[in-house]
Design a protein around this ligand. Sequence first.
Ligand SMILES: *Cc1c(COP(=O)(O)O)cnc(C)c1O
Length: 256
Amino acid sequence: MTSDDARDDVSSRLARVRDRIAAAETSAGRPVGSVRLLLATKTVPVELVRAALEADGLARAALDARGGEHGPVAPVVLGENRVQELVAKAPLLSGLSPELHLIGPLQSNKVAAACSWATCIESVDNLRLAGRLADRAVAFGRVLDVFIQVNVSGETTKHGVAPQHAVELAVQVAALTGLRLGGLMTVGANTPDQSAIRAGYTLLRELSEEIGRTAAAGTSGATELSMGMSRDLELAIAEGATIVRTGTAVFGSRPA
Ligand SMILES: *Cc1c(COP(=O)(O)O)cnc(C)c1O
């Protein structure tokens, strides 16, 4: 199924995304290598994900070789939206990528499956779900990384806790045994209005700072900001993103 052309496309697009990230880091006055790249691999066949992981090794080596102020560039993180797809693909990919994040909504009946394969759940948006994840993690004898997903745009189609409840939820989640609160995640506003998108990313950064100021137990490590996608990663990096999530910019448009 996966043609050489498709592999070549993925590899050149990936190099281009790495360059976009480096340019955005530089113009934001941040060191190259400070933002991690998550590949959103929904609907992407495992073969093409493998091709992207190989291409990423080369793209990172090229960036590292530029030297100067550049820190080491971390390998890509993989992100799946649906637990079913995560469970199907993870066994084939977990040896190739140290991190597999769940970035889509999680139903309580899929918590066990998600815990078995995901290294981080970025989509925690209520305490009930967090409690179930914590119980499962404790039962597995592990600590699970979680992010709180915030609905910064307020669009009713989007998941995530409302911004005004985000700090309270973060403090509660951070206190749960079995979970490690890593930071916040959001999906930017679905609008061509750049300033509206950016305002959402500003808000996520401010919420993160507010969480830090609580100095509540378990919040000191909650410094990740997972925000920015293919079309707006520059805005997110300017606002302090530590992880940007790209799908189409690397894999091309998804089947409808
Ligand atoms: C698909 C997806 C992305 C990537 O979106 P692109 O526009 O393809 O870059 C990022 N985050 C989430 C939660 C997604 O579902």
